[in-house]
Design a protein around this ligand. Structure first.
Ligand code: PLP
Length: 428
C-alpha cells in the first residue's frame, strides 16, 4: 500500500520517526477475505493475535465475529480487554501453548478459556492447577513447513505440538484426568505455495477423520493458521475460491465421518494484518564501504528504525518492500543502485536488506538523501508485536489511518519512564 507522501511527511512532523501506520481499509479487506473463506455453517475463523495484538485490531476482529487464538495468559487478558468473551460456550478464546508460563494456567481456569496443549506433560500441569474443563490437543502431524526453516510448525524438527504417535497416549492421560478432548488442532505453517498448502490441509483433514473414532467428545478440529501472504508480489495472493471450497469440503467430510456436526476452525495471523501496516522511517545518512581483500564495498542508507522495531529481516531474512517516499517506484527510467538499509542499533546485524543466509542483499533503489522518508511495507504481522526495548530506545508509536482519512495514535512513543517502570529494588 502506497500512502501519499504528503500524509507520511505530515505525520512524521507530528509524531517523529520511526512510526507505524496501520490502514483500516486494508485490514478490513483482509478480514472480509477470511469471512468469505469461512462463510459456510460450521466453519469458524480465529485470529492468531500474536501477529498483532493491538486493542484496535482485536476490536476489529471482535466486530467481525472472528474468535481468538492466544498464546499466553496476557494475550488472553488483552483479548478480554478488547471485548472478546471468555467461557467455553462457545470457546471464543483458545490458548495455544507448548509451555504454560506465568499467569497462563490461572487465566485458563478463571476465564474458562480453552487450553490447546502442545506437549503431553501439560495434562499434569492442568490437573495440578485445578482445571477441570474441556481441552484441545495440538498435534504435530509430521509434515508442513513455515515460510523459513526456523518457522517450521510440522515435522520432526518442529518443537510444536504432540508428535502424532504420542497422541493417543496423551488422550488416555486426559481421560484418566477427567479432561474431555473437544478439539484437535494442527498448524502446518504458512510457507507452502498454494498447491502444497491445499495438499497439506487435505491430508491433515484426512488424518483428523482417521482419528475421529478415538475422540468421542470432539466438537471441533482446527486446521491452524498459515494462509500465506505474498510479500514480494501483491498480485499473487492465495486464490480464495478454491480455499473456501477446501474448508467447506473438509467440514462436510469430517461431519459425515463423525455422523454429527463438528466445527472446522482456521486461525490465520499474518494474512489479516501483514499488508495493513507500514513502518515509516527517516534516512539519516548515506555512506559507503569500499571493496578490499575481504569483499565488495556497499552503499548504506542509514535509517532511524532498526530491528528493535521490525525484527523479521534480521531474524529470518524476511523480505519487506522498501520505498523512498516521493520517488515513483514504478518509473522505469528512475536511476537505481544497490543499497543496503541499516538501522541505528549497536549490532552489525541491524540490516533490513539481508537474505536468509544472513548475507547482505542490497536492494535496487533510487539513491536517497538524508532527510528522505523510507517505508518498509507489509509490516503489520509480527512487526510491532515483535518489537523490543533493546538499546533502550523505546517502541515507536502506532498510528491508525481510518477510511475517512482521520489518523488516530493508538500507542504513543515509549519513554525512558516506560523502560524503567518494571525496575525495582526488592530483597527476597
Ligand atoms: C498455533 C498457531 N496458530 C496460528 C499461527 C499463525 O500463523 P500465521 O500468522 O502464519 O497465519 C501460528 C504461527 O506460528 C501458530 O503457531
Amino acid at each position: 500500500m502506497h500512502h501519499p507522501p504528503a500524509l507520511l511527511r505530515s505525520l512524521a512532523e507530528k509524531v517523529g520517526t520511526p512510526y507505524w501506520l496501520y490502514d483500516a481499509r486494508v485490514i478490513r479487506q483482509r478480514i472480509a477475505d477470511i469471512q468469505f473463506l469461512t462463510n459456510t455453517d460450521g466453519v469458524q475463523a480465529r485470529f492468531a493475535m500474536k501477529a498483532c495484538p493491538a486493542t484496535k485490531v482485536l476490536r476489529e476482529m471482535h466486530a467481525a465475529g472472528i474468535w481468538i487464538d492466544a498464546v499466553s495468559g496476557n494475550e488472553v487478558l488483552r483479548a478480554l480487554h478488547a471485548g472478546h468473551p471468555g467461557g467455553h460456550t462457545p470457546p471464543v478464546i483458545c490458548l495455544t501453548a507448548d509451555v504454560f508460563r506465568d499467569n497462563a494456567l490461572d487465566v485458563i481456569r478463571e476465564h474458562g478459556v480453552l487450553p490447546n496443549i502442545g506437549s503431553p506433560g501439560q495434562i499434569a500441569d492442568l490437573v495440578r492447577a485445578g482445571y477441570r474443563g474441556p481441552i484441545s490437543l495440538r498435534v504435530n502431524p509430521g509434515f508442513g513447513h513455515g515460510h523459513v526453516n526456523s518457522c517450521d510448525t510440522g515435522g520432526p524438527s518442529s518443537k510444536h505440538g504432540i508428535w502424532h504417535d504420542d497422541l493417543l497416549a496423551t488422550k488416555d492421560a486426559a481421560a484418566r484426568a477427567g479432561l474431555a478432548v473437544t478439539m484437535l488442532h494442527a498448524h502446518i505453517g504458512s510457507g507452502p505455495q498454494f498447491a502444497e498448502l491445499h495438499e497439506n490441509l487435505t491430508r491433515l483433514a484426512a488424518d483428523f477423520v482417521a482419528l475421529l473414532p478415538h475422540f468421542p467428545d470432539l466438537a471441533a478440529v482446527s486446521l491452524g493458521g498459515g494462509i500465506p501472504h505474498n510479500y514480494k508480489d501483491h498480485g499473487a495472493q492465495v486464490p480464495m475460491e478454491p480455499l473456501h471450497e477446501l474448508f467447506d469440503t473438509c467440514h462436510r467430510r469430517l461431519c459425515s465421518a463423525a455422523r454429527r456436526e463438528l466445527r472446522v476452525e482456521i486461525e490465520p495471523g499474518r494474512y489479516y494484518v501483514a499488508p495493513g501496516c507500514t513502518l515509516v522511517t527517516r534516512v539519516t545518512d548515506v555512506k559507503q564501504t569500499r571493496t578490499n581483500e575481504k569483499g565488495s564495498g556497499a552503499t548504506f542508507a542509514m535509517v532511524d528504525a532498526g530491528f528493535v522495531d521490525l525484527v523479521r529481516p534480521a531474524m529470518y531474512g524476511s523480505y519487506h518492500a522498501i520505498d523512498i517516499v516521493g520517488r515513483d517506484d514504478e518509473d522505469p527510467n528512475m536511476a537505481r543502485e544497490p543499497i543496503v538499509i541499516a538501522g541505528p542499533l549497536c549490532e552489525s546485524g541491524d540490516i533490513f536488506t539481508r537474505d536468509d543466509r544472513e548475507l547482505l542483499a542490497p536492494r535496487m533503489l533510487p539513491r536517497p538523501v538524508a532527510g528522505d522518508l523510507l517505508t518498509l511495507r507489509d509490516a503489520g504481522a509480527y512487526g510491532y508485536a515483535m518489537s523490543s526495548n533493546y538499546n533502550s530506545i523505546g517502541r515507536a508509536p502506532q498510528l491508525w489511518l481510518e477510511e475517512d482519512g482521520r489518523v488516530e495514535m493508538i500507542s504513543r512513543r515509549e519513554t525512558v519512564e516506560d523502560l524503567l517502570k518494571a525496575e525495582t529494588s526488592q530483597f527476597l
